[in-house]
Every structure is written in structure tokens, then in C-alpha cells.
Design a binder for this molecule. Structure first.
Ligand code: NOJ
Length: 524
């Protein structure tokens, strides 16, 4: 594993909405560079930037038109290179978003591929043989191109699927993975990776990482074989670089060569069971019972998380890391259903588990999920992509542009949280997180290493107690006091308190936890 991943804490930035340094209403790379010290002050030492490449922005940049060019609205390649070097000066890392499964329909490869007489890129995408062949169960678009054929899409209509081949081709137009044109697709992906790594980036978060080979088997053996090959390339040419999968299945992705994978809001319910166990109505209000573990009045159950998480953890602990997230650009913000206090407790958990955690920009001040009209294919994700709230000034410090020019409007609530206000309040979520991350940096046992031991985790009972090496941790997110037997080996005498939220103590072999509390003790 790359050394730096052993203590990496990521900050995810949606570049459109972070900081507008030139007053045009949209965030930019220079704006991110200017805020590096702020990000470092939280305790985050790595960044993940959502796609910042040339694009028609039908899916917020996940529709790449030119993989090797920063979108002019964010700046230039030189600005990005400067961001890398400014980050490195601070011992921070930057990973970019690699959209591996598809391009924009405006990519030059697709422009060539869709011609009546396609040339070199004829097989860069998945095409049927003629215009009346619609590809059966595959998601195909017909009647859009001069070429006599239908093409497969990977996500939106604007995102044609790149052709890495079929695991078991069943039709003449389905090429095998080792067809020279499919091999050329993966070489093209490596070429993009080398381009940015040579410019100084530290790795990639890989979009829809499990989507490469079509009609893959249950084990995704075709897609996994490609990632193993890419990992071998990294290990030999860029041994410090990492790849983080957007897959949501560490058990598959990590043995396939990924250094990390997320637990996500899809592919299983573990992550949702912590913080998002509710439904949403058409107006995007949470409905129904909220059984999230971190909901104070809920009937959350840590076993629902652990029963799914632990098999992934056991299967991958010597190979790579699992990334727990506070949120991301694809889901409502935590604040939609959790209070700042509940969020603080969820952070206490997310940032003290093994692996490499990710903080979504703005979650550190409990930014709200806004009701915004869709933008760039965001739909109900748009409300989690609003501008960062820096201070009480114009546009909450995001941009000096007039408000109609903003990429998205800022939170207009009178009590919209800001970094400026949070910095002044010693008990703010931001300052609590800073203290927690200071401790994580000081205690190697709290970092990525796989030293998790479950001490008390009973179905529908609180608290949850776990160990990380020499540290004991306990959480009670509930509305009532709770306690758990720890056994004779742990007493108030041999356990020194290191950190707490709310009242908690160890006495007579028990962890006694007030409502909504969290504690860390060092065991001598
Ligand atoms: C996952 C990304 O996170 C999401 O924002 C995007 O729309 C899809 N992949 C398609 O690239």
C-alpha cells in the first residue's frame, strides 16, 4: 500500500461550487489552491476533485470531451499543475476523477466513431452491426448517428460506453476483451492516467469502476482483470499513485487492484443504515421512519452496518482500505435528516474507523441540502452541490459575481452556516472535527491500519464499543443513557481519556455513556 494512504484523510471538492477566485460566478482551480490552508486546518491532507476536464457538462463533467485539458471555466492545465505543487509543499495529495467507462458524446473519439464510414475509432465504443439492430437488453441509442448501428450508453444518453470488450461475446458485433481495438481502449485509459500523473497528480477516484466489461459475470472477472493490469502498470511506473474505486464493493474491487473503495448509498445498505435510512418524497423531504444509527430518536442498529462491513473488511484488510464518507455529490447532505449534534457523532465514528475517510466539502459546517432546480444533470443531487459558505459577505464569500451569475444559488437562510462563524465557536462541528482529526494524526492506531476489534455491538442495543489497537472507543447516539460491560481488563485506572463528546466514563468495568455521547480512551 502507498505509504501516504496509511494516514490519508480526504476532502472531496465539487470544483464548480468551492471558491470562485476570478469573480465569474463559478468555482475554479485557483480558488481551490487558495483554500488549501483551510482544508489542511481541518486535518484533511488529501483532495479528490470531481471531474475538472473539458466537457459539455451534461453530467456535471462526468461527460468528458477532452481527458487531457482542464475545462476553461476552471482554468488551465498549468493551474492544475500549480495546485499539485502547492498541495505537495504542504504534504497534501490530490487525486483526480477518472471517468473510465464512458466519454461525452462530443469526444473526438465518438465524433469519429459515429461517422457513416468510421475510421480508427470504429470500435472505441460499442456499436451494433446495423441501424435496425437495437442490442437486446443493452441500453442502446438508435437513429442518432450517420453510422448504421446503435450505440450503447453507460449512464445518460450523452455518455456512450467505451468498448473494453465482452466477457462472452454472443453476437458478431460484441468483441472479445483481447480484440486489438479493446486492448487499445485500455491503453488509451493508461495514457490518460500517465498524462496527469506526469503532471503531478497522486492518483484517481475511478468513476463507475465496475462498469468496464459488458455482460460481466457475477464476480466481474472481466472488469477485474483490466484493473489488475492497470494496477500492475501503476506499481511499476508510479508506485506512490493510488486508485480509489467508485464501486461500493471492496471485496471485489480491492483484490482487483484498487487501493481503496467506498461504502456507498447503493450496492448494499451498510452506509445508509448509519446516516440515511429514510425515504424521500417528491419535494425531497425525508419521510417514513428514520432508522439511521446516528438518528437520536431512531431505532438504529449497528449490526446492520457491521454485518455487511465486516466481511468486506476481513476480505481486504491486508490488501487495501475501505473509505467511509460523510456524503458526496450524488446524495442529499447529512443535514437533511441529522442535527449538527447527530452529525458530530457520525463524524466521530467515520473518522475513527480503519481506512481512508472522505469529508464532502461543506459537511464540516453542516451545510444544508437545498431545494434547487436541476443543473447539469444533477436532478435531486443538485441540492448537495451548492456553493461553499465561507463567510457572511456577498454570496457567503463564494464569489464576487452578481447573484444571477452564480453557478448555483447560495443558501439564503438567515442562519446559513459559514466557516467564519464556525471558526469562532469552540463547540462548532468544524472545531470538533478539527480536534478529532488532530487526535487521528497523533495516534497511529487511529489511522488506516486494520486493527479493528469489536467489543460490544448487540442487535438493537447501545452503546457500540470498539477497539483500535491501544485505544478504546464507545458511541451512544441514542436519546437515553447506555452502558456496556467491558470485562475486568479495562478499568478507570488503566484507561486514560483522550477525547469525548458529551458525558462518558469507564467505571467498574463498564463504559457509561450519556445520551448522544462518544469517548476515546487509551489503554495502558
Ligand atoms: C458516478 C458519479 O459520481 C455521478 O455523479 C455520475 O453522474 C455518474 N457516475 C456517471 O458518470
Amino acid at each position: 500500500m502507498s505509504k501516504w494512504l496509511e494516514n490519508a484523510i480526504f476532502y472531496e471538492i465539487y470544483p464548480q461550487s468551492f471558491y470562485d477566485s476570478n469573480g465569474d460566478g463559478i468555482g475554479d482551480i485557483e480558488g481551490i489552491t487558495q483554500k488549501l490552508d483551510y482544508i489542511l486546518s481541518i486535518g484533511c491532507n488529501a483532495l479528490w476533485l470531481n471531474p475538472c476536464f473539458d466537457s459539455p457538462f451534461k453530467d456535471a463533467g462526468y461527460d468528458v470531451r477532452d481527458y487531457k485539458k482542464v475545462a476553461p471555466r476552471y482554468g488551465t492545465n498549468a493551474d492544475l499543475a500549480r495546485l499539485f505543487s502547492e498541495a505537495h509543499k504542504r504534504n497534501m495529495r490530490v487525486i483526480l476523477d477518472l471517468v473510465a467507462g464512458h466519454t461525452s458524446e462530443e469526444h473526438e473519439w465518438f465524433a469519429q466513431s459515429k461517422k457513416a464510414r468510421p475510421g480508427a475509432y470504429a470500435n472505441r465504443y460499442i456499436w451494433t452491426d446495423n441501424w435496425i439492430e437495437w442490442g437486446g437488453a443493452l441500453r442502446m441509442i438508435s437513429g442518432e448517428a450517420d453510422r448504421s448501428g446503435s450505440y450503447m450508453v453507460n449512464f445518460f444518453k450523452s455518455q456512450p460506453a467505451l468498448n473494453y470488450g465482452f466477457l462472452n461475446p454472443a453476437e458478431k458485433w460484441q468483441l472479445p476483451m483481447d480484440h486489438p481495438d479493446c486492448v487499445a481502449t485500455r491503453e488509451a485509459l493508461k495514457d490518460v492516467m500517465r498524462f496527469w500523473l506526469d503532471l503531478g497528480c497522486d492518483g484517481f477516484r475511478v468513476d463507475m469502476a465496475g462498469s468496464l466489461v459488458k455482460l460481466d459475470d457475477e464476480d466481474c472477472s472481466g472488469t477485474c482483470a483490466i484493473w489488475r493490469e492497470i494496477r500492475a502498470m501503476l506499481d511499476s511506473e508510479y508506485p506512490e499513485a493510488i486508485i480509489v474505486a467508485e464501486w461500493g464493493c471492496p471485496e471485489k474491487s480491492i483484490p482487483a487492484g484498487f487501493h481503496a473503495d467506498f461504502l456507498l448509498h447503493f450496492n448494499g445498505g451498510a452506509y445508509n443504515s448509519l446516516v440515511r435510512d429514510y425515504s424521500m418524497d417528491k419535494e425531497l423531504n425525508p419521510t417514513g421512519p428514520d432508522n439511521s444509527f446516528f438518528k437520536k430518536g431512531g431505532s438504529g442498529d449497528i449490526r446492520r452496518f457491521l454485518d455487511e462491513y465486516l466481511p468486506h473488511y476481513e476480505a481486504t484488510k491486508n490488501l487495501g482500505v475501505i473509505s467511509l464518507i460523510t456524503g458526496n455529490h450524488d446524495m442529499p447532505r447529512l443535514r437533511l435528516s441529522l442535527s449538527p449534534q447527530e452529525i458530530a457523532l457520525s463524524f466521530a465514528f467515520i473518522f475513527t474507523m480503519p481506512g481512508a475517510p472522505f469529508l464532502y466539502y461543506g459537511d464540516e459546517i453542516a451545510m444544508r441540502y437545498l431545494r434547487l432546480d436541476t443543473k447539469e444533470g444533477g436532478y435531486d443531487r443538485t441540492g448537495a452541490r451548492s456553493p461553499m459558505q465561507w463567510n457572511s459577505g456577498k454570496n457567503l464569500g463564494f464569489s464576487s459575481a452578481s447573484s444571477e451569475k452564480l453557478y448555483l444559488s447560495v443558501d439564503d437562510a438567515k442562519d446559513a452556516p459559514t466557516v467564519e462563524a464556525a471558526e469562532l465557536d469552540p463547540g462548532s462541528l468544524l472545531n470538533t472535527l478539527r480536534a478529532l482529526l488532530r487526535l487521528r494524526h497523533a495516534e497511529p492506531d487511529l489511522q488506516a491500519r486494520p486493527n479493528l476489534q469489536i467489543i460490544f455491538a448487540e442487535k438493537s442495543r447501545l452503546p457500540f464499543v470498539y477497539r483500535r489497537g491501544s485505544l478504546l472507543l464507545a458511541i451512544n447516539p441514542g436519546a437515553k443513557e447506555a452502558s456496556a460491560e467491558l470485562g475486568k481488563a479495562i478499568t478507570a485506572e488503566n484507561a486514560a481519556p483522550l477525547f469525548s463528546l458529551g458525558d462518558c466514563s469507564l467505571s467498574q468495568g463498564r463504559a457509561r455513556m450519556a445520551a448522544q455521547s462518544f469517548g476515546i480512551w487509551k489503554i495502558k
